[in-house]
Design a binder for this molecule. Structure first.
Ligand SMILES: Cc1cc2nc3c(=O)[nH]c(=O)nc-3n(C[C@H](O)[C@H](O)[C@H](O)COP(=O)(O)OP(=O)(O)OC[C@H]3O[C@@H](n4cnc5c(N)ncnc54)[C@H](O)[C@@H]3O)c2cc1C
Length: 388
């Protein structure tokens, strides 16, 4: 049996961020992922372009991950606009405080690779890749995690960073609020003839939601949300037919379109765990809060959770050697809930309102956009949330 202080299950962006946050801590860390090491070191493009807030960019810089990104992988985000149906009326967001960018778009695969490069050189972290792990037991003194090859790891605390459908969360009897939107999201890169001027556009149209996120050059991340059955037909189109379909659906707003990447689809299910901590156990990333992507906060919250839990562990180490101190874990849980629950609830409400085709809902969202534009305080609130 191998002895560790901290066992992190899931080496996705959240799990890797926690390991990197604790690089200087006097701990022995085990980081486990079911994916093989080669796939973690060079993650395949998965269609997701992550809109990072300024706070997340600062955190990735602190972790040393930002420096592993190529300049061409970072696309600044100047402004965001929300459109409703056929109306030319747009709700617009910009970073008023610094006159700079709202944030930046970086491919999820590049973030994962950069974080992997950061932890690869980390002395206090062992990577166990290529097999799923499960919690064998947790008691007042320690936790035990079984690897797929039968090996047993012992630690003072286990952290679940194992996706929004976390098997570890379930195994510890922690329930979760789950909201299945019955929609599928398709993501890919497209070239377009007309420039995007660095503006992200979210367009709630009849029966579909489209987002175009500006990348470097005349490329954007095209994001389409449809009912799951309608998406199947679209995903089956040839690349050429698909590009024509994008032109048709975007009504020529970005000119002629050509597909610039593989296409990827994701079922839309939002998840919020009822607790983020238990005895010698904590949840971070999507395992704690799995957001609907429409407000682009999933990884931003995941990084926040890795930082917040990491901070509590460092504080605990200053006064005792028990990193799983229950008061510290409760503090993490309270803080992360406060930071995420309002936006989780608002995001779900927005996603439902803007996919509701009933006449009253259409009127409500037009009114909502105008009200938001006319109320500087409300718009400011969103702009501040986009930074954090
Ligand atoms: C289309 C789309 C667009 C998005 N856009 C944005 C955006 O603009 N901004 C933003 O902030 N967020 C965005 N997100 C959300 C973001 O991608 C996720 O929040 C983030 O990837 C979650 O990271 P994670 O590490 O918690 O989980 P994951 O990325 O799901 O990683 C979990 C890891 O755990 C491993 N694992 C699972 N079970 C086990 C096990 N039993 N044993 C060992 N390993 C295990 C998996 O192999 C995986 O590597 C988007 C998501 C989607 C789908």
């Amino acid at each position: 049996m191998s002895d560790y202080d901290l066992i992190i299950v899931g080496a996705g962006p959240a799990g890797q961020s926690l390991a990197a946050r604790l690089a200087q801590a006097p701990l022995r860390i085990a980081l486990i992922d079911r994916e093989p090491k080669a796939a973690l070191a060079a993650p395949a493009y998965d269609g997701r372009e992550i809109a990072l807030t300024q706070t997340s960019i600062a955190r990735l810089k602190q972790l040393g991950a930002w420096e592993h990104l190529a300049e061409t992988e970072i696309a600044p985000l100047a402004r965001a606009e929300v459109l409703n149906g056929e109306s030319p009326y747009a709700l617009s967001f910009a970073d008023q405080s610094r006159n700079g960018a709202l944030g930046a778009l970086v491919p999820n695969s590049a973030i994962r690779r950069a974080l992997f490069q950061t932890i690869a050189g980390q002395d206090n972290c062992d990577l166990h890749a290529g097999g799923a792990a499960a919690i064998e037991s947790i008691d007042a003194q320690s936790a035990r995690v079984r690897l797929a090859d039968g090996a047993l790891l012992k630690g003072k605390m286990v952290v679940a960073a194992d996706t929004r459908f976390s098997a570890l969360r379930k195994s510890q009897g922690i329930s979760a609020h789950m909201l299945d939107f019955g929609r599928t999201m398709l993501v890919c890169r497209v070239h377009h003839a007309k420039p995007h001027h660095g503006i992200a556009t979210e367009w709630f149209a009849h029966g579909q939601t489209i987002a175009m996120l500006p990348l470097n050059g005349d490329q954007s991340s095209f994001i389409l949300t449809l009912r799951a059955c309608a998406m199947q037909e679209l995903a089956a189109l040839s690349d050429e037919d698909f590009a024509r379909e994008v032109e048709r659906r975007t009504k020529g707003r970005w000119g002629e379109i050509a597909l610039a990447s593989t296409r990827h689809t994701y079922p839309l299910v939002a998840v919020y765990a009822s607790r983020f901590a238990g005895q010698r156990f904590a949840l971070i990333g999507d395992a704690a809060v799995g957001m609907h992507p429409v407000t682009a906060h999933g990884f931003n919250f995941g990084l926040r959770s890795a930082y917040a839990l990491g901070d509590e562990i460092v504080r605990a180490l200053k006064v005792s050697d028990d990193i799983a101190d229950t008061r510290r874990l409760a503090c993490y849980e309270r803080g992360h809930r406060r930071a995420t629950l309002p936006l989780y609830t608002a995001t779900n409400a927005i996603a439902r309102l803007y996919s509701d085709e009933r006449p009253l809902a259409r009127v409500a969202r037009t009114a909502g956009l105008r009200l938001m534009n006319l109320t500087p305080g409300a718009r400011r609130l969103v702009e501040v949330s986009l930074r954090h």
